[in-house]
Design a protein around this ligand. Structure first.
Ligand SMILES: [Zn+2]
Ligand SMILES: [Zn+2]
Length: 288
């Protein structure tokens, strides 16, 4: 098993970035494909004093910047920091006017509204308690027309689900373990307008505390049997909006048995049905 060793205190690493001159050095290295020599890098940043420049470069060296025979370049963490800056996660304030979603809520038939605030996207229904909420960096929506937003948000959600299905945490990249079970609303709370015996899929990160959830239908969206079922009907499921499918608690999502756990969901195209039954690990154990 590969070992994973904490090499530095997170606080001391992030404090290295608490200086505009150093961020300027990282940004300059991000703009170029080839490594830069000391003097090339110095002339690419806005620090006149070469002693000052040297001091700041030295602080970044080893952690965010590396020096090779060809010159200075970014380390992988240095690239990640630049990506986060360009994505706007830490620096941009993303928000937009609420958007009404076209397809009705697949749980109750109500009207749903998409909102985006504080880098979180929410799709809420006006007549039941089903909510989809997930983090989206502002860059995802940069340059997009308002009418494109629901489709872009849906594709981003699908990409995040694919990442989880492949076993990677969207926050830390750690290993995800998947469990199917019943929803567990906080004690004293209930989901109004929703039958609470629907199956829920929990993606439990083994590295950090993240535990995203999805409904069974979305969790099986890219299962080969589902892709083939749609393909046989002349439909490329990748072109269907996820908002046509239930986020949670779709009418067709059922717990079949609790011991052992069996849950199923049904996909319908032109009157034909595909029902997949899964076990607690989301492995498909039956399809018809
Ligand atoms: Zn609803
Ligand atoms: Zn994680």
């Amino acid at each position: 098993m590969p070992s994973f060793v904490e090499q530095a205190e997170p606080g001391s690493v992030f404090s290295l970035l608490a200086d505009e001159n150093r961020v300027g050095i990282l940004r300059a290295l991000w703009q170029t494909e080839d490594p830069l020599s000391f003097s090339e890098l110095h002339s690419a940043v806005d620090i006149k004093d070469s002693g000052q420049f040297n001091y700041h470069l030295d602080k970044l060296a080893g952690q965010f910047v590396q020096k090779t025979a060809g010159g200075y370049s970014l380390t992988e963490p240095g690239r990640q920091i630049n990506g986060a800056i360009d994505g706007g996660t830490y620096t941009a304030a993303g928000s937009m006017e609420p958007i009404q979603l076209d397809p009705p809520c697949p749980t109750c038939g109500g009207q749903r509204t998409l909102t985006y605030e504080d880098e979180r996207l929410r799709v809420e229904c006006d007549s039941c308690d089903v909510v989809a909420a997930f983090g989206v960096p502002p860059a995802v929506f940069a340059g997009r027309a308002r009418e494109e937003i629901p489709a872009v948000a849906g594709r981003y959600l699908r990409a995040e689900l694919a990442r989880l299905e492949n076993g990677f945490c969207p926050y830390c990249g750690g290993h995800i373990e998947c469990r199917v079970g019943l929803p567990s609303p906080p004690p004293g709370e209930s989901l109004s307008g929703v039958d609470e015996s629907f199956p829920i899929v929990r993606y439990d990160c083994q590295q950090c505390i993240t535990e995203p959830t999805s409904g069974l239908t979305l969790a099986l969206f890219s299962h080969p049997a589902v892709v083939a079922f749609y393909h046989d009907h002349g439909i490329d499921i990748r072109e269907r909006s996820v908002w046509e499918f239930p986020v949670f608690a779709g009418e067709s999502e059922r717990i079949e048995s609790e011991e052992p756990l069996r849950a199923s969901t049904t996909f319908t195209v032109n009157g034909d049905e595909l029902t997949l039954t899964v076990d607690e690990h989301l492995s498909v154990v039956a399809g018809e």
